[in-house]
Design a protein around this ligand. Structure first.
Ligand code: GUN
Length: 286
């Protein structure tokens, strides 16, 4: 049997970023420089790594960027006041509040406060609603990245059976909607699904976002199926593992994404793309 194709999110990201860099250059001639503000509250080590990566992506692409690192005991009022200030700031086109927030801060209150036009995470209820209806919106980055990497690998989505494992607001729900928008037939599975392996084995395209390291083995995968692993689990030995048991699954699957180097880089690239789009729209250029 021939070895499964590895879908490199890193390589696809680099291609997309080249296109973004060209657009940034064009925009600079109109005196527009995309600007992203990231708000990080508290000391979650993983969040600090993610935020640094976002800051670096901004630097590499010539975006204006601000990172606001607030202490874990900041009040909800302080966070809301900062969001309000960024909503009104012309140099900022995208606002991202890194999740999770400390327990005493109501996540929904903060997300709802972000201007819909600057919500580059696509988490605001108006953007979520527009996604459901099929209207223009800012799309959540990880789900948008999943679709983009499937398309850029040359895989046809229309008419395929896609099975999504996981029903989170950040990944499972929106990626299901986007696959449906691309004319896949979509089945959603979750922690209470009976016979999950049997259902997953019917998938032409299997998207896994459950947050449990290496849970999906070859018994969940139809021979030749496309497998997209959204998992990012830190193991006790410090290594990063996906939700898919890559070594087992790649023996039977078709094209498959690795962790790291798969969906992860795509998420940041789509954040950059969303910020570019927001900058164009806020300046009447899109
Ligand atoms: N934490 C983990 N993933 C995400 C994400 O996509 N956006 C934000 N804001 N926080 C996250």
């Amino acid at each position: 049997m021939t070895a499964a194709t590895i879908i490199s999110g890193k390589q696809i990201s680099e291609e997309i970023r080249k296109g973004i860099a060209l657009e940034v250059e064009q925009l600079s001639k109109q005196n527009v420089r995309p600007g992203l503000a990231v708000v990080l509250v508290g000391d979650d080590p993983a969040s600090h790594v993610y935020v640094r990566n976002k800051e670096k992506a901004c630097q590499d692409l010539g975006y204006y960027s601000e990172v606001h690192r607030l202490s874990a005991d900041s009040s909800q009022e302080e966070v809301l006041a900062l969001v309000d200030k960024l909503n009104a700031q012309d140099s900022i086109h995208g606002i991202l509040v890194q999740l999770p927030l400390p327990k005493h801060i109501h996540e929904k209150a903060v997300i709802d406060a972000i201007s819909v036009e600057k919500d580059v995470d696509g988490f605001h209820p108006v953007n979520v609603g527009n996604l459901v209806i099929g209207d223009d919106s800012l799309l959540p980055c990880t789900p948008a990245g999943v679709i983009e990497m499937i398309k850029r690998t040359g895989i046809e989505i229309a008419g395929k059976h896609a099975v999504v494992i996981g029903r989170s607001n950040i990944v499972g729900k929106p990626v299901s909607l986007l696959l449906q928008r691309e004319n896949a037939t979509v089945t959603m599975c979750h922690s209470r699904t009976a016979n999950m392996a049997e259902i997953a084995r019917q998938a032409d395209i299997l998207v896994v976002a459950i947050g449990r390291a290496n849970m999906i083995d070859a018994s969940y995968v139809k021979p030749g199926a496309v497998v997209i692993d959204v998992g990012m689990n830190r193991l006790e030995n410090g290594k990063l593992a996906g939700d898919v048991d890559f070594e087992s699954v790649k023996q039977v699957s078709g094209p498959i994404t690795p962790v790291p180097g798969g969906v992860g880089p795509m998420t940041i690239t789509m954040l950059m793309q969303n910020t570019l789009l927001a900058a164009k729209r806020l300046n009447g250029l899109a």
